[in-house]
Design a protein around this ligand. Structure first.
Ligand code: SF4
Length: 299
């Protein structure tokens, strides 16, 4: 395969995958929504979950996005340093978003800041967002795709806590954000919490936490315990589906972290909505690919 052919092939596959993820939720999200729906007894909460299920069925049947807000597209990359298309990758991803926008179709969500015009292609300065992790000695490329909608981006907050606030301060911050803004993001929510030494580190961790599957746990047992405690606490708010009250508020709570300066804790919250359109595709060096976020892929 020539390099030009390879670029065309990868662009085609990523475009189709991005379009597909707008129409079908990942397996873990579908399973968790079904589980939470089964726990509701109030008629309104049950009816909303039934509507979500119907929405998913119709999106597939009619070949349309499952939510009108198909978001600003973000890519989280774990790419081997020896992946043969590293130099071409940012161009491939940009072009794939333009293609997906036409073919899905996706709503036009890229507005140039200050100039205030919509490009109509879902690409603009810094959109799609690319977050790179380059992995030494590997020649494959993992790509997490994400549709960052307006409502689910709205609760995003980050802060560096005052010395001495400790993990109690982290808990207070997360619960303050959830009680103030959780309602706006179409619950039940996947809550990503990032902890690190400064605000930008924590913010990136909090978004990467949303790429982790529902039901996975932070490898540190204390952090995993905090995930569980926060999940229990946020569920007690009882946001329910679409914030109209119910037994649960969240699909889960994922914490990602790194070490920190001894006197401060940087903490951030990001959330994914019930329509959490995350995909995971891995290309090998010959552009064979595997998808593990979705078991039924039809493109
Ligand atoms: S929060 Fe999610 S489900 Fe609600 S409108 Fe935004 S993208 Fe759609």
């Amino acid at each position: 395969m020539t390099k030009d052919d390879a670029v065309l092939r990868m662009t085609d596959i990523v475009a189709k995958f991005v379009a597909f993820t707008g129409k079908r939720l990942p397996d873990d999200v579908r399973e968790k929504i079904a589980e939470l729906a089964g726990q509701e007894e109030e008629p309104l909460a049950k009816a909303i979950y039934q509507t979500m299920l119907k929405n998913q069925e119709l999106a597939q049947e009619l070949n349309r996005p499952s939510c009108q807000d198909t978001g600003a597209i973000q890519f989280f990359l774990k790419c081997g340093a020896n992946f043969p298309y590293m130099s071409e990758l940012s161009g491939i991803l940009r072009e794939s978003v333009i293609r997906a926008t036409k073919e899905a179709p996706l709503r036009h969500n890229a507005v140039e800041t200050f100039d205030e015009y919509n490009t109509g292609k879902n690409v603009a300065l810094g959109i799609p967002s690319l977050f790179w992790d380059v992995v030494p000695e590997r020649d494959d490329c993992e790509i997490y795709t994400y549709m960052a909608g307006g409502g689910c981006s709205l609760p995003g907050h980050a802060k560096v806590l005052m010395p001495g606030e400790g993990y109690e301060g982290v808990t207070r911050f997360v619960l303050d954000v959830m009680t103030s803004y959780g309602l706006n993001a179409c619950p039940p929510l996947l809550v990503g919490v990032g902890i690190g030494t400064s605000v930008e580190v924590a913010a990136l961790h909090s978004k990467k936490a949303l790429m982790r599957p529902i039901g996975s746990h932070n490898p540190n047992p204390r952090a995993a315990k905090m995930e569980q405690l926060l999940e229990t606490g946020i569920n007690k708010i009882g946001l329910g589906p679409q914030g109209l009250r119910g037994k649960n508020s969240v699909l889960g709570v994922n914490i990602e972290n790194s070490a920190r300066h001894p006197s401060v804790i940087g903490v951030a919250v990001n959330v994914g909505c019930w329509s959490h359109r995350r995909g995971h595709i891995v290309f090998d060096k010959d552009l064979n690919y595997t998808i593990d976020s979705h078991s039924e892929v039809d493109f």
